[in-house]
Design a protein around this ligand. Structure first.
Ligand code: HAM
Length: 417
């Protein structure tokens, strides 16, 4: 039997791999510039971590976890997301003793047993940030701003930011009661999951992809039930977003698919992904760390789906700022000089050295099949003059320059093109 990738898992190849690398690099640089530090977390956690954080009546925990017993009888899960792991790490390493807020950036794979389709996989990558230890709405806005900064860095504009507030443990119970009452007459229209969750976690109905939008929109709005503190917080977030000219729309049906959220929740959606798929999602989670056994520490963050971002970049024809490609064709006698020349050009250019070192003509022919911009030729004449000939593969012309002027000469040729 031919062995292939497992359903929902994939290789990341070619342009996707290049974009993946760009996203990882640039997102880290941007988050880091805002003071977010890299945290690298394990892929496997105790299953209980996600039960107690993401919530045991969510689709993620009920249906989508890769959970197994290891040989020591521990019940473990491949992480379906990373916020819970950040919270676990915060508690485990007594980070509450640090000055707050603590800010983290992460990048890594997550696993959800979902039905694979475009932009939806069983193994996928998330990048995200979490700011822990401060209740200020300024941090909610900072997190949204960083998300957009990362996206805009790739020249992607006009994505829709949807926000909502889902209250806290003071105001949400009243809303849940009202919602349950409003849903009861629609019991028979609900999918079997929502019928079951109606009395335990009715907010999940708002997040269920099977329920009709018209039903969701007809239900009471959570923002009409917010306590003063949550209302003030939401107003402040909206005011700051407006002042920063960050376009957003309030979506009262937005509750998100994870149970740990309080107050602000948000998503960024794009037409390029289809209606069901958000590019990124996030929000505030002021009880999560406390619920996992830590000291009361509020938090806010987001995570972006890397594969979905790659889809958008490809749909919008994103051009990676290209490093020019150089090929070194040389007389075999001068291999070590050829190596030295390559060394002097890296990392300003992508430099390949011909592996065979046969006739210069043949080497230039090989270069012409490899999308090379310039071939640097090191033959007898060049070597005796301490020089290199640069052949511009697009224009076909050739100039000879001294070896120690090579890098600058290539840059000049590029600038004058
Ligand atoms: P989430 O909305 O479940 O939130 O996931 C965040 C992003 O991960 C989604 O917007 C989507 O781009 C991507 N994603 C989710 N599932 C899949 C999948 N099966 N295939 C491909 N991409 C997927 C969270 O995970 C929260 N931890 C976000 C957060 C951070 N909230 C606060 N801090």
């Amino acid at each position: 039997m031919e062995i292939k990738t497992v359903k929902g898992f994939k290789d990341i190849l070619g342009i996707d791999a290049i974009l993946f690398n760009e996203i990882q690099k640039l997102s880290y640089n941007i988050a880091n510039a805002f003071g977010y530090k890299l945290i690298v977390l394990p892929t496997v956690e105790y299953a209980e971590l996600f039960d107690r954080s993401v919530g045991n009546t969510t689709d993620i925990v009920e249906k989508e976890m890769f959970t197994f017993d290891d040989k020591g009888g521990r019940t473990l899960s491949l992480r379906p997301e990373m916020t819970a792991s950040v919270a676990r790490s915060f508690i485990e390493h007594h980070m509450e003793t640090n000055p707050m807020p603590l800010k983290f950036f992460y990048f890594g794979q997550c696993f959800r047993y979902e039905n694979p389709q475009k932009g939806r996989y069983r193994e996928f990558y998330q990048l995200g940030i979490e700011a822990l230890g401060d209740i200020s709405p300024i941090l909610d806005v900072e997190v949204i701003q960083i998300a957009l900064k990362i996206i805009e860095h790739f020249n992607i504009k006009n994505l829709k930011v949807k926000i909502n507030s889902i209250g806290c443990r003071v105001c949400r119970p009243k809303y849940k009661e009202t919602l349950t009452e409003a849903l009861k007459p629609h019991y028979n229209e609900l999918c079997s999951d929502c019928q079951r969750r109606l009395y335990t976690n009715p907010l999940r109905v708002l997040d269920c992809k099977k329920e009709k939008d018209s039903l969701k929109e007809s239900l009471p709005k959570i923002t009409d039930y917010l306590c003063d503190e949550c209302m003030e917080h939401f107003e402040e977030v909206k005011k700051l977003l407006t002042e920063l000219k960050i376009p957003f729309e309030v979506d009262n049906t937005l509750v998100r698919g994870l149970d740990y959220y309080t107050k602000t929740v948000f998503e960024v959606v794009s037409e390029d992904l289809g209606a069901q798929n958000a590019l990124l999602g996030g929000g505030r989670y002021d009880y999560l760390i406390e619920d996992l056994g830590g000291r009361k520490t509020p938090g806010v963050g987001f995570a972006l789906g890397v594969e979905r971002f790659i889809e958008i970049l490809k749909a919008r024809n994103y051009k990676i700022p290209d490093n020019k490609k150089i090929y070194i064709a040389y007389d075999k006698k001068f291999s070590s000089t050829a190596f030295k020349i390559r060394d002097s050009l890296i990392p300003d250019f992508i430099v390949e050295i011909d592996p065979k070192g046969d006739s210069i003509k043949k080497q230039i022919e090989r270069a012409s099949r490899r999308e090379i911009n310039f071939v640097c030729i090191l033959g007898e004449d060049e070597f005796s003059e301490n020089s290199v000939s640069i052949k511009d593969m697009e224009k076909g012309n050739q100039i000879k320059v001294k070896i120690d002027e090579l890098k600058e000469s290539i840059k000049e040729l590029i600038n004058n093109a």
